[in-house]
Design a protein around this ligand. Structure first.
Ligand code: SGN
Ligand code: CA
Length: 525
């Protein structure tokens, strides 16, 4: 028989009490993240769309936590936003400047590695998009690249790829809950649950087809923007609903290959997502879109639709599908919050809701993101932290995704490395008065997709200056008098003082963040 001395048993007891105390005192972190979710499509942020497309579960987080009114990204594109979140640094410092090119350099410091080393049980489930295997996670299961909506494949931790039947958002939620169930409960956790939705091609779960058919989708005032009074590069964009959103407009030349508007192509019905569905799933889809497409195509072929009618039709169809995908993301948030409630985890779990960038929902005639204009520059950010954050608070400070890593480190009681460029939001979350930044730096480096040029800029609470180095242009907006950003006042004699101070601030920020010289070289393909 093995005998333990009394002293050894006492030591063992006090150690296990210490572990239990530590995991109780260090909060869990549930990071709920989506892809391309514009704040306008979250009802807690208000606006016309919020009335017809409520997001009650995300709203619950805002009611019980803090909704950051002025939250922005550093570079409005997927991979770079994710790399910034994991490193607390602008793209030029973490090296992931564009979606294309090499994978994330994981030899550098990352949030997941730091929390894992600090004793957190860490998991990453869903869209990763950094072209590498996730590091610093005890468990991960990720979509390959952009992933698929219907019956998607997931890359497993052993390197194999497995296909699962179902809708991607539901599957990511199931997998997240399954991980929470079997996690190491002696440790606090960090779970990054990262959805693909509502990214293009805006595919809702089959149960939500038609969910928004009977509501009036409000039209943004800039749906027919003519791109006057701003950089010449706006007009050469390739993300306009009118000219660029895929659809079978003459049923011969251009097909709805990606499935943006869910019209049949002449030679095959199938878009890549359609072709992934089972026969039973296809028949639900066909029963929904078939008759609606027939009505549209009849009107179109009989010449009943003006050019503007066609844009409006595409816009409405895009929005209905986008909102259907958002509805499923909101349900996912609801399921995870319920899991926390049912398992006594709500009190000691900090919940974030965010998305990699915003998105154009018809503003400036666009879908997609990338530009420093408000709709894609803004990122939703809601944080619920029971006992610390005052319910329903709405911080006004200018915050950015460089701030997420230092925030989570402070929440977990970890030191913030000096190399991190962001700042912890903890003092703001605690409602403390804090000397905060008065301007944000922005940089966009891609050159190819959607024909958005490289641009850089600075935003204060009232003004925004955008620099287009390739065409050597500057745009300046007064966001108070021109919130839609329709007329640049750069060069306007009445704006001279503002122009000088913003230009100075732009160069100060570039130096402060140690930004590389412009223009940047073409991306590696
Ligand atoms: C895909 C989309 C683009 C989108 C990029 C980047 N085309 O290439 O419209 O801008 O992703 O999106 S699609 O036909 O494949 O849908 S990001 O969110 O991953 O940065
Ligand atoms: Ca995105």
């Amino acid at each position: 028989m093995i005998r333990f001395s009394a002293a050894f048993l006492i030591l063992l007891c006090s150690l296990s009490t210490a572990v239990a105390k530590e995991s109780a005192s260090r909060p869990n972190i549930l990071f709920l993240f989506s892809d391309d979710h514009a704040i306008k499509a979250i009802s807690a942020y208000g606006g016309d769309l919020a009335k017809v497309a409520p997001t009650p579960n995300i709203d619950r987080l805002a009611k019980e936590g803090a909704l950051f009114r002025n939250s922005f990204c550093a570079n409005s594109i997927c991979g770079p936003s994710r790399a910034t979140i994991l490193t607390g640094k602008h793209s030029h410092k973490n090296g992931f400047m564009r979606n294309t090119g090499r994978g994330m350099d994981q030899s550098q410091w990352t949030l997941s590695k730091a929390l894992q080393a600090a004793g957190y049980n860490t998991a990453m489930i869903g869209k990763w998009h950094l072209h590498t295997e996730p590091l610093g996670f005890d468990h991960w299961e990720i979509l390959p690249g952009q992933g698929n909506y219907y019956n998607p494949a997931f890359i497993q931790q052993d390197g194999s790829t497995k296909k699962f039947e179902g809708y991607v958002t539901d599957l990511i939620t199931d997998k997240s809950i399954a991980w929470l169930e079997q996690r190491d409960k002696s440790k606090p956790f960090l779970l990054m649950c990262q959805h693909k939705a509502p990214h293009r091609t805006f595919a809702p779960p089959l149960r939500h087809l038609g969910a928004f058919d009977d509501v009036e989708i409000p039209e943004p005032p800039t749906l027919f923007d003519d791109y006057a009074n701003r950089s010449v590069t706006l007009a050469s964009n390739e993300m306009e609903i009118d000219r660029w959103m895929d659809w079978a407009y003459d049923l011969k030349v251009r097909k709805d290959e990606r499935g943006d508007v869910k019209l049949p192509a002449p030679d095959r019905y199938g878009t890549p997502e359609y072709n992934r569905m089972t026969d039973a799933q296809k028949s639900v889809w066909d029963a929904h879109f078939g008759p609606r497409n027939q009505v549209f195509l009849k009107d179109f072929q009989e010449g009943k639709l003006s050019h503007k009618d066609l844009v409006r039709w595409k816009y409405r169809r895009y929005m209905r599908n986008y909102l259907g995908a958002v509805k499923a993301v909101d349900e996912s948030v609801g399921r995870l919050l319920k899991y926390l409630d049912d398992n006594g985890l709500s009190e000691n779990t900090i919940v974030f809701y965010s998305s990699d960038q915003g998105f154009y929902l018809g503003e400036h005639g666009w879908y997609d993101k990338r530009w420093m204009f408000e709709e894609s520059f803004r990122m939703p950010l809601i944080v619920r932290w029971p006992g610390v954050v005052q319910s329903g608070s709405v911080p006004e400070q200018l915050v950015q995704n460089i701030d997420y890593a230092p925030t989570m480190l402070e929440m977990a009681g970890q030191p913030i490395p000096a190399e991190i460029q962001g700042r912890s939001l903890v003092p703001i979350l605690k409602g403390e008065s804090v000397d905060w930044r008065e301007s944000l730096y922005y940089a966009y480096y891609e050159l190819g997709e959607h024909a958005v040029p490289q641009h850089f800029g600075v935003r204060t609470s009232q003004y925004k200056l955008i620099h287009f180095p390739v065409t050597n242009e500057w745009n300046l907006f007064d966001l108070q008098t021109d919130p839609q950003e329709m007329k640049s006042i750069y060069g306007d004699p009445t704006a001279q003082a503002v122009q000088e101070s913003l230009t100075k601030e732009y160069y100060r920020l570039r130096e402060f963040y140690d930004a590389p010289p412009l223009p940047m070289p073409a991306p590696r393909r």
